[in-house]
Design a protein around this ligand. Structure first.
Ligand code: ATP
Ligand code: MG
Ligand code: MG
Length: 547
């Protein structure tokens, strides 16, 4: 017995396959507008559309919905392709809605000839006023009854560039009293004297989304056209266009878009952050973009896992950001090599360790995965430990280092703090310890209680490194689409300078690891250089996701 489908869209697809509705075909598309970088909400749509094609032996197109020349750019096209590939998906076809401009124009001409479309010469503001409201029906435009010949002539002259922007639009002739406002003679074409990133200045009229989308789906033989709930009312128009023109007719289905705590998922808002310079580009590690998560150190596997777990439904909800972090930790916990880094260094000197001696200790890369192997780290009298691992006036339950206390230096020795050195301002600048040579390897069987285990680095061998620690850019817990400008956390990036084990000076940009006891990190792909590594903290070790 096959497993129950994972969501209502899959149930529909399985039903259609069972009844042979589309002759056994499943053909979806992911249709971004290239007017910004993709965000984690788009990842949900990508996993859904490409996932259906993958699981039902179907196809999925990548289609750029590029009908607004003012906002679209090649940079965005390139980034979208990169992000889809990085997520692990391959499109069967790549199309641009702009490839269909001639065919879409012909469809418009056909509608005019059928008496189903007309050129309206009202201003945009007048059209809005005539449209009416939910409570009040709209009014017919005085240009609504123009004859077919006049409409054809005007429409062709619109295309020929005879009129300025806004002088005319082409509208479908449907019903100005429809309870669905989308159906009140929607605009199909507008004049825009603007160069397009693909068609240049070939066109000065551009089709609207509602007209373009259904036609593109139809031309490509899409079976299930999946979009977010805001388009529910547009489905009637989608169906009207294809029925009126008698074209192949895919079915549109709507699902709830992803909303998440602590992020804004709207290109309009994200573009403002980029343009205002609040962030270091679209791929700033605090951005909820796919490229931002990638640069932050997220894995494609963890994002796909997240998209699986949030599911696909028709009811809107808000997903806890902590779930995404949880998925990441699960993935990295299993895979990321464990290495040593000291973020906020404090000098530790072992006063009874021979001045010139250097030993090496073996560190496995992963506690549960021997195949990752191990490496040796040097140990000497001068070490770095984490400043936060020492406290002068420590409370009772403090298991880390404090005056008189003994701790384990991981895989090396037990050390006891015998002296604290301070600078003129009273800040602790060095802790002096004695080590017990009998505890070599970091272990003793004499029954001593040593609870704390610290990570450390040889100060003579460690490589300097920069660490970038991130907090939420959007502090709001709620659907932070609402967190506008002033709600931003401008202290969301803290840069600290510390040290890493010698081999990591050459860390490859993009390389991920766990710094033991500290968190998951990734060498920054923009700022990390061989010899001068920069690590982004992807996430801390503690999981705050409540099951
Ligand atoms: P934005 O509001 O961020 O500009 P958009 O919907 O205008 O998003 P498109 O480029 O048109 O952006 O989106 C491409 C596809 O991704 C569409 O099918 C859209 O429904 C889907 N999508 C966009 N945002 C989300 C989201 N938050 N959750 C799920 N799917 C989304
Ligand atoms: Mg859109
Ligand atoms: Mg948009």
């Amino acid at each position: 017995k096959p497993a129950a489908p994972k969501n209502f869209i899959r149930a529909i697809v399985e039903d259609d396959l069972a009844t042979n509705k589309w002759e056994g075909r499943v053909h979806t598309r992911f249709p971004p507008e290239p007017n910004g970088y993709l965000h984690i909400g788009h990842a949900k749509s990508i996993c859904l559309n490409f996932g259906l094609a993958r699981d039902y032996d179907g196809k999925c197109n990548l289609r750029f919905d590029d009908t607004n020349p003012l906002k679209e750019e090649v940079e965005y096209v390139d980034s979208i392709q990169e992000d889809v590939r990085w997520l692990g998906f391959t499109w069967d076809n790549r199309f641009f809605a702009s490839d269909y401009f001639e065919r879409i124009f012909e469809c418009a001409v056909k509608l005019i000839e059928m008496g189903k479309a007309y050129v309206d010469s009202l201003s945009a503001e007048e059209i809005r006023q005539y449209r009416g409201t939910l409570k009040e029906p709209g009014r017919n435009s005085p240009f609504r009854e123009r004859g077919v010949e006049e409409n054809l002539d005007l429409f062709r002259r619109m295309r020929a560039g005879e009129f300025p922007d806004g002088a005319h639009v082409l509208r479908a002739k449907i019903d100005m009293a429809s309870p669905n406002i989308v159906m009140r003679d929607p605009t199909l074409y507008r004049i825009r004297h603007a160069a397009h990133h693909r068609t240049g200045t070939n066109w000065c009229i551009y089709p609207m989304y509602d007209f373009t989308h259904c036609l593109s789906d139809s031309f490509e033989g899409i079976t299930h056209s999946i979009c977010t709930l805001e388009f529910e009312n547009n489905r009637e128009l989608y169906d009207w266009v294809l029925d009126t023109l008698g074209l192949y007719h895919p079915r549109q289905y709507e699902f709830a878009r992803l909303n998440m705590t602590h992020v804004a998922l709207s290109k309009r808002k994200l573009i403002k952050l980029v343009e205002s310079g609040v962030v270091d580009g679209w791929d700033d590690p605090r951005m909820p973009t796919i490229s931002g998560f990638r640069r932050r150190g997220y894995t494609p596997e963890s994002i796909r896992d997240f998209c699986e777990r949030i599911g696909v439904a028709r009811s809107a909800n808000v997903v806890d950001y902590a779930l995404l972090e949880h998925c990441l930790r699960e993935d990295l916990n299993a895979r990321a090599p464990r290495v040593m880094g000291v973020l906020r260094p404090l000098k530790l000197t072992i006063v009874n360790y021979p001045e010139d001696q250097v030993e090496e200790f073996e560190f496995p890369y992963h506690p549960e995965d021997e195949s990752q192997g191990s490496r040796k780290l040097p140990f000497c009298r001068d070490l770095w430990i984490e400043r936060t691992d020492f406290m002068e006036d420590a409370p009772k339950k403090w298991f880390r280092l404090a005056p008189g206390k003994e701790v384990r230096l991981r895989y090396a020795y037990y050390v006891r703090c015998v002296e604290v050195v301070k600078d003129a301002s009273g800040e602790v600048v060095e802790v002096r310890c004695e080590y017990d040579p009998a505890t070599k390897g970091g272990w003793s069987d004499d029954g001593r209680k040593v609870k704390g285990t610290l990570h450390w680095l040889s100060a003579r061998h460690a490589a300097p490194a920069e660490f970038r620690l991130y907090d939420h850019l959007f502090p709001a817990e709620g659907p932070s689409d609402e967190a506008e400008g002033d709600g931003l956390n401008l202290d969301s990036l803290e840069i600290v300078r510390g040290y890493v084990e010698p081999g990591l000076a050459q860390a490859e940009p993009g390389w991920r690891c766990q710094f033991e006891r500290t968190g998951y990190f990734c060498a920054d792909t923009r700022h990390s250089k061989p010899g001068a590594p920069v690590f982004n903290r992807t996430t801390g070790l503690r999981d705050s996701f409540a099951r």
